[in-house]
Design a protein around this ligand. Structure first.
Ligand code: UDX
Length: 443
């Protein structure tokens, strides 16, 4: 296939998803323009800087910028003129005060782009949206585009995990093409040709199914995590050990061990808001009962946070007020600087509100945490925040926390007490070093 036939791509929205997609597609040989309304973000990307923490992405950005195949702009006219295929990667957060999905960025993108679409092209939604959105947007595009019926819409949900975003994008476990015509399928096949050539399984389907795949997948993952955390609650009441339970379940390959790690539960910019938006959308269209269990999945997940604080309080003899608490971790998971709905910061803030003297350290998320929660105190390392601590609480399972020597940490704390919110440490090793060790769901 000659260079000339490669479709020219735009990527609209340069957050975690869009920036990664733009860089990866350019690295595969496509000519890509990334568009965002945020000038700060675009300036950073233009100067070769990734505005968030994602392993491997800065190196790949530098390489692709050099190749001349990747540009960033705030000009929608420039993007519209460039693209044969426009990927929509803007955020769909939770609406404040509601479980519903906030579609204002997606709508604004379509309304901004459509008036500049003067020739045949494909607009591809990658953002996670409530089922039915694509059909509405397709209509809107036809209405507002000078090219009218020549502009088609497809849906291509994205399953990348933060921390593994480059690999997940270049070597996804599957591609889903939600299309309304054979032409749209051909365009998507051309846009993903190098990835299809790897033998990547591809599901070609209609628009609503493609929209649903994403929320169904995230709901399943969230349910699996809350399932094992529900078992942890039972273990806590019975003296059983959820770690051994999870291990034993995982040997059944119908169940499998992934997403079966008990602990503080899930957070981030996807799982929590996606299950809420899904339940909300299902209620709207009259099938709320089918996914009412997602409300319970959410409730179990929230209880893990309060139960973690209970454990800390128990270890402190019933009082948090005035106690020095060292919090290890702020990001919602390791290898990320993302603090959206981060269980770690939720726990830290609540303990601060209960009068504890909380200090937080995280290897990557400190700047974001400081900006969002200036009321908390922060330190420069695990050792630093643990200085004179009455209790240490591990909240995000970064590798550097797993590698801490219990004897070294014991030198700096006031009391050798630790709550392992992520089952990340070897309980025996810590106890042997004289620590009082507690973890959710373990005797
Ligand atoms: C997730 C999905 O995995 C991805 O496919 C989707 O596209 C976006 O949402 P991400 O938010 O990056 O990706 O995080 P993920 O690695 O899936 O972890 C989600 C949360 O679950 C984290 O807070 C993590 O700590 C927690 N988790 C994960 C557990 O508590 N236990 C587990 O066993 C696994």
């Amino acid at each position: 296939m000659g260079e000339a036939v490669l479709p020219r791509l735009t990527v609209i929205g340069t957050g975690y998803l869009g920036a990664t997609h733009a860089v990866c597609m350019a690295s595969l040989g496509y000519d890509v323009v990334g568009l965002d309304v945020d000038e700060r973000k675009i300036k950073k990307l233009q100067s070769g800087e990734v505005p968030f923490f994602e392993p491997g992405l800065p190196e790949l950005l530098a390489k692709t910028m050099e190749s001349g195949r990747l540009r960033f702009t705030t000009s929608v006219e420039e993007a519209a003129a460039h693209g044969d295929i426009h990927f929509v990667c803007v955020g769909t957060p939770q609406q404040p005060g509601s479980d519903a999905c906030d579609l204002s960025y997606v709508d604004a993108t379509i309304r901004g782009l459509a008036p500049h679409l003067t020739r045949r092209c494909l607009v591809v939604g990658k953002s996670t949206v409530p089922v039915g959105t694509a059909a509405r947007l397709a209509e809107l595009l036809r209405e507002l585009s000078p090219a009218g019926d020549e502009v088609e819409l497809a849906w291509n949900p994205e399953f990348l995990r933060e921390g593994f975003a480059v690999d997940d994008t270049l070597r996804p476990d599957r591609l889903v093409f939600g299309v309304a015509s054979e032409w749209a399928r051909e365009q998507l096949a051309a846009a993903f040709q190098p990835i299809l050539e790897l033998g990547t399984p591809t599901v070609v389907t209609d628009l609503p199914t493609a929209e649903l795949v994403k929320v169904a997948a995230n709901s399943f993952l969230a349910t699996k995590i809350s399932y094992i955390n529900a078992m942890a609650e039972i273990c806590e009441a019975t003296g059983a050990d959820v770690r051994d339970l999870a291990k034993a379940l995982a040997y059944d390959d119908r169940i499998g061990g992934r997403f079966l790690q008990p602990g503080l539960g899930f957070g981030g910019g996807c799982l929590p808001k996606d299950i809420r938006a899904f339940a909300h959308r299902a209620e709207e269209i009259g099938v709320g009962q089918a996914v009412s269990f997602l409300r319970e999945v959410d409730a179990i997940n929230r209880r893990r946070r309060s139960r973690t604080i209970d454990l800390v309080r128990e270890l402190l003899g019933g009082q948090l007020d005035g106690k020095r608490v060292a919090c290890l971790g702020a990001a919602f998971k390791p290898n990320s600087d993302d603090i959206r709905d981060a269980p770690a910061l939720d726990v830290a803030r609540t303990m601060h509100g209960l009068g504890a003297n909380v200090r937080v350290y995280d290897p990557a998320a400190l700047d974001n945490a400081r900006r969002a929660y200036p009321e908390l105190r922060y330190g420069t390392s695990a050792m630093d925040v643990a200085q004179d601590a009455d209790v240490v609480v591990l909240l995000t399972e970064w590798a550097e926390f797993r590698e801490i020597q219990p004897s070294a940490l014991a030198q700096v704390v006031k009391h050798t007490r630790i709550v392992d919110g992520r089952h990340a440490l070897d309980a025996e090793e810590w106890r042997a070093a004289g620590w009082e060790y507690r973890a959710l769901g373990c005797p």
